[in-house]
Design a protein around this ligand. Structure first.
Ligand SMILES: N[C@@H](CCSC[C@H]1O[C@@H](n2cnc3c(=O)[nH]cnc32)[C@H](O)[C@@H]1O)C(=O)O
Ligand SMILES: [Zn+2]
Length: 430
C-alpha cells in the first residue's frame, strides 16, 4: 500500500472539534486510513503539519472557473447590465484555448487557497475537464445553456451540447469529474425548452444545476407572468429534486424555503457576488433553520473577484448576520460546515469531512502568522481570520497538489503568462 502521512498538526473533525492528530492516507484508494496520534512513521511520503490546522479541502459549490480571465474586466454594475453589456460580448469571443488558460489559472488559485472540489457552469467544457484532470481536483462540470435571443436550432444545439457533455465527462479523470445539465437560469432559458431539457436529463440520472432567485429583476417577471414564485415554477418543471442544486437563492420567500427543504435541493450561497452586484442578502440562517442543504461558492472571478473560499466564509458570516439582523446568525461553525460538508452535499461530490474511510481531500493551514495569533478558537480563525494564502499543503484524492506552497500539478508561472496573453488578445478582438 502506498501511504501519505500528514504529521504533527491539529485536525478539524466533522463535529467542529479540533484534536492533535496525524492523518494517514491510502494514496492508491484516495481515502483516509486513520486519524490519531503517532501514526505510521514509515509512510511513503510525509507532509509536515506542525503548527498547522488540517481541515477538509474546501468545496467551491458554484463557480465559472475560466472567468478568472475576466477578473477586473467589468465591475460596479448590476447583474443584468454587467452580463449583457460586458461579460456576454467578451465571452462570445472566447476560444477553447482561452477557456483552458482561464481554467488553469483558476485551478492554480483554488489549489493555493485549499479548495479541492468545485462545481462549474461554463462552455468549452472539454477544455475545463482536461485542466481539472491535470490539476488533480474534483469537480462537477456542466455546459451552461441560454436560449434567450437564440433561434430554435441554436437553442436546441445548446441543450444537446449540455446533455452530451454531461454524458461524456461523467466519471472522467479517474472518477474525479462528475457532471450536471446546466440551464443558466429560469429566465434565460424559455419554458418550452426547460421542461424537456430537465426531463431528458433526469431520465438519464443527470442532476440539474442553475442560477435562481439571484436578483429581484429575475423574480418579478416570473411572478408577473405566471402568478407564482420562481421556485414553485421550478418545482413544476421538475427541477427541484434532491439531486439538483441551485446557485444564489437570494430572494426566496418562506414558502420557497419550505419547498427547498422538502425537496432536498441544495442552495449554493455566493455572498461576495451577491454583495458586489448588489443582488441582495440571502436569508441564510432561515435556510439553515429550515433544514435546507446550504453550500458556499465564489461564483466567477469577474463578480468576486477571487476564488478564495476563506474570504467567502468570512463574507457569508458577515452578510448572514446583517441579513438576519442578528449577530448570532450564521456563526463560525456554520460557515465552516457550509464551505465543506454543506457544499459537498449540495453538489454531491466526495469530501467535506475528515473521517476514516472518507475521501483524502484536505488542506493544511499554517497557523504561524500574526493574524492567526493567539489560537483562541481555530474554527473562529478559519471563518473570520484565515486567508487562502495561509494554506501550506493541499491534498485531493490522496494526491499532494501543493506541497509547502508549491503547486505540483500545474505550472503557476506558465498559467499566469498564458492568461495574460489570452486576455491581451481578447481585448484586441472585442
Ligand atoms: N452557453 C451560454 C453560456 C452559459 S455559461 C454560464 C454563464 O453564467 C454567467 N454568469 C456568471 N456569474 C453569473 C451570475 O452571478 N448570475 C448569472 N450568470 C452568471 C457567465 O458569465 C456565463 O455566461 C451562452 O451561450 O451564453
Ligand atoms: Zn454564477
Amino acid at each position: 500500500m502506498n501511504t501519505l502521512r500528514i504529521a504533527g498538526g491539529q485536525v478539524l473533525r466533522p463535529d467542529a472539534t479540533v484534536e492533535d492528530a496525524d492523518v494517514l492516507v491510502d494514496r492508491d484508494e484516495g481515502t483516509i486510513l486513520d486519524i490519531g496520534a503517532d501514526l505510521d512513521a514509515d509512510a511513503d511520503e510525509t507532509l509536515d503539519a506542525e503548527g498547522c490546522l488540517v481541515t477538509p479541502g474546501l468545496v467551491n459549490a458554484h463557480c465559472h472557473v475560466a472567468m478568472t480571465l475576466l477578473r477586473g474586466y467589468a465591475d460596479d454594475k448590476p447583474l443584468d447590465a454587467w452580463l449583457r453589456e460586458d461579460i456576454w460580448p467578451a465571452e462570445a469571443a472566447l476560444t477553447p484555448e482561452d477557456v483552458r488558460a482561464g481554467a488553469e489559472l483558476g485551478l492554480v488559485e483554488m489549489i493555493k487557497s485549499g479548495t479541492t472540489a468545485f462545481a462549474d457552469m461554463y462552455f468549452h467544457v472539454p477544455e475545463i475537464a482536461a485542466a481539472v484532470d491535470e490539476a488533480g481536483l474534483r469537480a462537477r462540470l456542466g455546459h451552461g445553456v441560454v436560449t434567450l435571443g437564440k433561434d430554435d436550432a441554436d437553442a436546441r444545439a445548446d441543450i444537446d451540447e449540455s446533455l452530451d457533455v454531461a454524458r461524456e465527462f461523467d466519471g472522467a479523470a479517474d472518477g474525479r469529474i462528475r457532471t450536471a445539465a446546466m440551464p443558466h437560469s429560469l429566465t434565460t432559458v424559455a419554458e418550452e425548452y426547460l421542461r424537456e431539457f430537465v426531463a431528458d436529463a433526469h431520465a438519464e440520472g443527470i442532476p440539474v444545476h442553475y442560477h435562481a432567485n439571484e436578483t429581484t429583476d429575475e423574480v418579478d417577471p416570473i411572478v408577473d407572468e405566471r402568478g407564482e414564485r420562481p421556485l414553485s415554477y421550478a418545482k413544476e418543471l421538475g427541477m427541484l429534486t434532491g439531486d439538483d442544486f441551485l446557485a444564489h437563492g437570494v430572494h426566496v420567500d418562506d414558502a420557497e424555503i419550505d419547498l427547498l427543504a422538502e425537496a432536498g435541493t441544495g442552495v449554493v450561497h455566493c455572498p461576495a457576488s451577491n454583495m458586489k452586484l448588489a443582488s441582495g442578502m440571502a436569508p441564510v440562517q432561515k435556510l439553515l433553520d429550515a433544514g435546507v442543504t446550504v453550500g458556499l461558492g465564489t461564483d466567477g472571478a469577474a463578480s468576486n473577484n477571487d476564488l478564495d473560499m476563506f474570504d467567502e466564509m468570512r463574507d457569508a458570516a458577515m452578510l448572514g448576520k446583517l441579513a438576519a439582523d442578528d449577530a448570532s446568525a450564521v456563526a463560525a461553525p456554520d460557515v465552516v460546515r457550509m464551505a465543506t460538508a454543506g457544499s459537498a452535499a449540495a453538489v454531491d461530490l466526495p469530501g467535506g469531512a475528515l473521517e476514516v474511510g472518507g475521501a483524502a481531500d484536505l488542506a493544511v493551514v499554517d497557523l504561524d502568522a500574526p493574524h492567526l495569533a493567539p489560537a483562541n478558537d481555530l474554527v473562529s480563525h478559519l471563518a473570520y481570520a484565515a486567508r487562502g494564502s495561509d494554506v501550506r499543503h493541499t491534498v485531493c484524492d490522496g494526491r499532494v497538489l501543493m506541497r509547502d506552497r508549491e503547486v505540483l500539478t500545474l505550472e503557476e508561472d506558465a498559467a499566469m503568462a498564458r492568461a495574460r496573453e489570452a486576455i491581451a488578445s481578447l481585448r484586441e478582438r472585442v
